[in-house]
Design a protein around this ligand. Structure first.
Ligand code: ADP
Ligand code: ZN
Ligand code: ZN
Length: 765
């Protein structure tokens, strides 16, 4: 029998929409069981690590005259498939849905070490034990020496290395000495499942109880939206549902936003569940991530809490998926495979037949719409848990008021008062740096990034300029580069400037700034907050402070400048602003101390603020959904955005025009509609979809807009253009994409640009 009886179809991490055929490694007959295993293959002059996606018919011998010789794969890397069953099928679905190459989807789903071909790591612990000879020799070892003490410890049985660390200093050299003489050896033992006795939680209130019962009673897939005001005890509901899942012998996966996975959160989960809780986030090194992934793959990890990419965790015994703060923008991957972790969690939950619990105080309009139309179960927690009261919100009209670093005299007084009665104050400004721009007061020059269409942010008290889009940094000029004048002035307010002013004004109290500039290191936020302790003091920060760490002593939240968000062209800006305001406000008065929120604005009458203050998030959301429906925006339309960037704008435009020509669209609008539509378009940058099918069959339900420049037309030296597709019907949109995307790869213009397709884009930049 010839050694290679079949062909391996290998999905490789290259941007081509196909799999590649290889013969199996020379000494192997590969069958269906090869699917989902990693394989190392030659690819041009390189070697790549891919995943077997299929096994083809036996290779024909002799081959047809001009068929290219298939190359041999070099080696299968896994003894068992890393992807199989549900995860394999869900990833295939994701590749189809995002219109991305399967090989790139597989690569995205693997932790870096596994993606690069490292072996699946051991997840068992290591222990030391005496050999039979060692057991006999203990008494002969010199008394009091470290090897003797170690041997005595091991007489009772094997000890794992973590335990030895606690029992005997420098035991490793002693262990090596014993091993050398054949008296002790290192053995693998099952990973420790030891965890502290679970602590009891508070007694649930009626709403929480009802929520837990609904989730626990779910039989199979059940999408559930848990809408609970901040501090209403959503996490308690998760914990009970997870405990129930564990009691049934199942695994639970919990997704949290990038900035929500604090040591505090993990400690709460660990203390309450009584099993090891595995964390997966970007702060871990490659080995640790691969180990957690492997532990989940083996079914050893029972609870996994992680950020966006944790949605790819294998769950052989799945029982529950939780997505906390489901509205959070960090769930959407903005480069590479542009997946949405919440949406993919729902796909997986459906395939796994388990409930998916989406929690938020400010649900995305997509999820609210799904709940209202009956596709999701809608559960509510309407009151704060325990004794905590909702904070009082006050709108501060700052028109014509003298401002100090953006703060009005009334606001400063309120801060002063809060500090003097022993409270902590959070001053929120979603702008890091000293000031958003540097302006010459003599001639009007302002500092722009050389590589982006953006102003440079002033940092370091005015000494440095930095571009927040491409990262470019330079010293601030001492004189105006245009007129040589010395009247350079920082314009506007950033967190650094607020910190400077507040530290001066309230010198008797600590002022701590928390933003991405101060929290590069993973534990930095904790250290900053610990420095504050329970004593009165001020926190200044960006949205990084809006969630995660519990701040029980916070009594006053000041929001500086909500106005930028009130007049943005982005149709999601209102939603984002409302969510941010509610989340930040929710930080006040979480414990027994009552809380207040002061919103500073130049537009106190603005409809969004008024609705939010008088009707809360539900009223805002109802309004916003009605507006989206009238305008034909998501969630009432489905979008796909084709982006292209190049050194020269002509190349980007040529590609998008060629791409557009590949879609066989009928004329989308009757004339009157076109005019109405262009009005909406001018206001928002996107076109409303056509309501009814026009001439030209199904594709006329897909509305095309562009090519047009991206909202930021130049970034990091690249000219950026985009083409937007929109349809009221998701299926129609995807049918069009299915036909269209393969053709894009073939366009000669595609070679001169970097392009990407974003299905369900969250940001239209
Ligand atoms: P959320 O996740 O909705 O922000 P948490 O679950 O973190 O809310 O709860 C907020 C605070 O209220 C926590 O300190 C929590 O321990 C407490 N808490 C939650 N549920 C109850 C309850 N039923 N009784 C008393 N305290 C509760
Ligand atoms: Zn000047
Ligand atoms: Zn830049």
């Amino acid at each position: 029998m010839p050694p290679s009886a079949s062909t391996l179809q290998v999905a490789l991490p290259v941007p081509l929409p196909r799999v590649f055929d290889y013969r199996p490694p020379a000494d192997l007959v590969a069958g269906e069981d090869a699917i989902g295993r990693r394989v190392r293959v030659p690819f041009g002059p390189r070697e790549l690590c891919g995943v077997v996606a299929g096994v083809g018919a036996p290779h024909v011998e002799p081959k047809p005259v001009d068929a290219p010789e298939l190359r041999h794969a070099l080696a299968l890397l896994d003894e068992a498939p890393l992807f199989h069953g549900e995860l394999l099928e869900s990833l295939r679905w994701l590749a189809r849905y995002t219109h991305a190459p399967l090989g790139e989807v597989f690569a995205t789903a693997l932790p870096a070490a596994l993606r690069h071909g490292e072996p699946l790591p051991d997840t068992h612990a290591w222990a030391w034990t005496l050999t039979p000879e060692g057991s006999r020799e203990v008494e002969r070892l010199r008394k009091g020496t470290r090897p003797r003490r170690l041997a005595e410890l091991l007489q009772a049985g094997p000890r794992d290395e973590d335990a030895l660390d606690l029992l005997l200093e420098d035991w490793r050299s002693a262990a090596r000495a014993l091993a050398k003489r054949g008296l002790a050896e290192r053995v693998a033992v099952p990973a420790s499942r030891i965890a502290p006795e679970p602590q009891a939680g508070p007694e649930l209130n009626a709403e929480q109880q009802a929520a837990v019962e609904t989730i626990v009673a779910a039989d199979g897939f059940a999408p559930v939206l848990l809408e609970g005001v901040t501090g209403s005890g959503k996490t308690e509901v998760y914990l009970r549902a997870i405990a129930d899942c564990l009691a049934r012998g199942k695994q639970a996966l919990v997704l949290v936003p990038e900035i929500g996975l604090t040591p505090q959160t993990l400690a709460r989960f660990r203390a309450r569940l009584g099993v090891p809780v595995h964390a997966l986030h970007s702060g871990l090194n490659d080995n640790a991530r691969a180990r957690t992934w492997a532990a989940a793959w083996r079914g050893e990890a029972r609870v996994i809490v992680g950020t966006r990419s944790a949605v790819f965790t294998p769950l052989p015994d799945a029982g529950l998926i939780v997505v906390d703060e489901e509205h959070d923008a960090s769930y959407k991957q903005q480069d590479g495979i542009r997946y949405h972790a919440r949406d993919f969690a729902l796909v997986r939950g459906k395939a796994l037949g388990v409930p998916v619990l989406l929690g938020s105080a400010t649900p995305s309009l997509e999820s609210l719409h799904n709940a209202q139309s009956g596709r999701y179960t809608h559960l509510r927690l309407s009151k704060r848990a325990g004794e905590a009261k909702p904070p009082a919100v006050r709108v501060v009209d700052v028109r014509k008021r003298p401002l100090q670093a953006g703060l009005s005299p009334e606001t400063l007084q309120a801060i002063d008062h809060a500090l003097h009665v022993g409270g902590q104050v959070l001053v929120f400004k979603n702008r890091r740096g000293y000031a958003p721009a540097l302006l010459c007061h003599d001639c009007g020059w302002s500092a722009h990034c050389k590589r982006c269409d953006a102003t440079m942010t002033v940092h370091a008290g005015g000494r440095r300029l930095q571009c927040h889009h491409c990262g470019h940094r330079q010293p601030a000029p001492l004189a105006c580069p245009d007129c040589g004048g010395l009247a350079l002035q920082p314009q506007g307010i950033g967190t650094e400037r607020l910190e400077e002013m507040l530290a001066e004004k309230f010198a008797a109290f600590p002022v701590v700034r928390v933003d991405r500039g101060t929290t590069q290191r993973k534990d930095a936020m904790e250290r900053h907050l610990d420095a504050l302790g329970d004593a009165p003091g001020i926190l200044v920060g960006t949205q990084i402070l809006a969630k995660g760490h519990d701040l029980p002593h916070l009594t006053l939240v000041v929001v500086v400048g909500v106005d930028e968000g009130l007049f943005s062209a982005d149709f999601r800006a209102g939603e984002k602003l409302a969510q941010q305001l509610i989340q930040v406000a929710g930080r006040a008065g979480r414990a027994e101390k009552a809380g207040e929120v002061w919103l500073q604005t130049h537009h106190p009458e603005h409809a969004l603020l008024q609705t939010l203050i008088h009707g809360g998030y539900p009223a805002f959301a109802a309004n916003e959904l009605a507006m989206r429906e009238a305008a034909g925006f998501p969630p009432f339309a489905h979008l796909a955005l084709l982006r292209a960037e190049a050194q020269h704008v002509e190349a980007a435009q040529a590609f998008l025009l060629a791409a557009k020509a590949q879609i066989p669209l009928g004329p989308p609008f009757a004339k009157g509609e076109a005019i109405a539509a262009s009005a909406v378009r001018n206001a928002t940058g996107i076109s409303p979809p056509l309501k009814k099918g026009g001439p030209g069959g199904f594709v006329s339900e897909v509305e095309l807009h562009g090519p047009m420049p991206a909202p930021m037309p130049r970034r990091a030296g690249f000219q950026r253009m985009q083409l937007l597709l929109s349809s009221p019907n998701r299926r129609t949109l995807h049918a069009a994409l299915d036909a269209w995307v393969p053709a894009l790869h073939e366009l000669p213009e595609a070679r001169k640009v970097r392009w990407s397709l974003d299905v369900d884009p969250v940001d239209l930049y």
